[in-house]
Structure formats: C-alpha cells, structure tokens
Write a protein that binds this ligand. Structure first.
Ligand SMILES: CC(C)(COP(=O)(O)OP(=O)(O)OC[C@H]1O[C@@H](n2cnc3c(N)ncnc32)[C@H](O)[C@@H]1OP(=O)(O)O)[C@@H](O)C(=O)NCCC(=O)NCCS
Length: 148
C-alpha cells in the first residue's frame, strides 16, 4: 500500500477507471456514466493509483444521512492487498464526518468474494432484489449502520 496513492477521481482517471470496469464487471457502466458522476452533486468518487495508473476505484453517492456505494473494483493482480478496504475506509470516514447513518450497496448473489469483503467491513445482508441486473441476476442489498 505504501506506493498506492488514493485521490479524488478526475477526468484524467476516467479512461483507466473504465478499462478496469470492463475487466471487473459482467454488465459494465458505460464510460459516459463515469464522466457524469464526476460532476454530479452529492458524490464521493476516489481512485487508487500506482505510478499514476488507476488500479482501483470507488464511486459513491450520498444524500442527507445515507450513502450508497455505486461501484468498487480493484484490478485483478492488485487484489488482496487491502486496496479496496482502504477505499471503503475513506468512504466510511467521509460518512462519519457528514453524520451519515447508513452505507448501502448491491452485490450479485453469485459474487461471494465481494460479499465476504463487505462482511469483513461489518456490512449485513438485508434483503434480495430480484432481477436487479440487466442479465436478470438478483442483488443482495448490504448495509452498514454507523454509530451515531
Ligand atoms: C471485491 C474487491 C473490490 C475486493 O478488493 P481487494 O482490494 O482485493 O480487497 P482487500 O484486499 O481490501 O480485501 C480485504 C479483505 O476482504 C476480504 N476479501 C476480499 N476479497 C475477498 C474474496 N474474493 N474472497 C473472500 N474474502 C475476500 C478478506 O478478508 C480480505 O482480507 P485478506 O486478504 O487479508 O484475507 C475485488 O475483488 C474486485 O474488484 N472484484 C471485482 C469487482 C467486484 O466484484 N466489485 C464489487 C461489486 S459489488
């Protein structure tokens, strides 16, 4: 982690973010979607870079006392090094400062690795949203409640 830089995502990061998105997700967001998220209000979008290259990102939105993690990914060869945990720690710290009460997200029912990752961060599976993804797969909604 020493040579990993965590920073607010900028327009220069979008090519790298989108490359990773396509590598990491079966139904990736379109590039334009990330571009519009950069300037949308109530967003908290971070990248992890090594040597200037994007190796991870988290795109989150928040409103009043709720935060929702839209996207998080780390490039395959950089996984299990604590990079996603650090990105989520920054989200939770931001949430704490803004008196946000819950952080939530959706994860594919078959994505057991990501579910384990969220459990490790004290997220709890709250319910299943059937046919949430474009290919018809269901999502598990997971939520973390922050201490008030
Ligand atoms: C999920 C993902 C973001 C995790 O990124 P990461 O940087 O590898 O995660 P970390 O190294 O911070 O993991 C921290 C801990 O979470 C748990 N964890 C992470 N990935 C795991 C996996 N695949 N299986 C089981 N536990 C896992 C472990 O406890 C891990 O600690 P350890 O490595 O000391 O055992 C990454 O696997 C990824 O990009 N997956 C593809 C995209 C995706 O599924 N995103 C989530 C969609 S909702």
């Amino acid at each position: 982690m020493d040579d990993v830089e965590i920073a607010v995502a900028t327009a220069e990061d979008i090519d790298g973010v989108h490359r990773l998105e396509v590598e990491a997700f079966p139904s990736p967001w379109r590039r334009e979607f990330f571009v519009s998220e950069l300037t949308a209000s109530g967003r908290f979008n971070l990248v992890a870079r090594r040597g200037g290259k994007v190796i991870g990102y988290v795109f989150a939105m928040w409103f009043f006392d709720e935060m929702h993690v839209n996207k998080i990914a780390v490039t395959r060869r950089e996984r299990r090094r604590g990079i996603a945990a650090e990105l989520m720690a920054r989200c939770v710290e931001f949430a704490r400062i803004h008196r946000i009460k819950t952080v939530s997200l959706e994860v594919r029912v078959t994505n057991k690795g990501a579910q384990e990752f969220y459990k490790m961060l004290d997220f709890q599976a709250t319910y299943v949203r059937q046919r949430y993804y474009p290919d018809g797969e269901a999502a598990v909604v997971m939520t973390k409640t922050l201490p008030s």
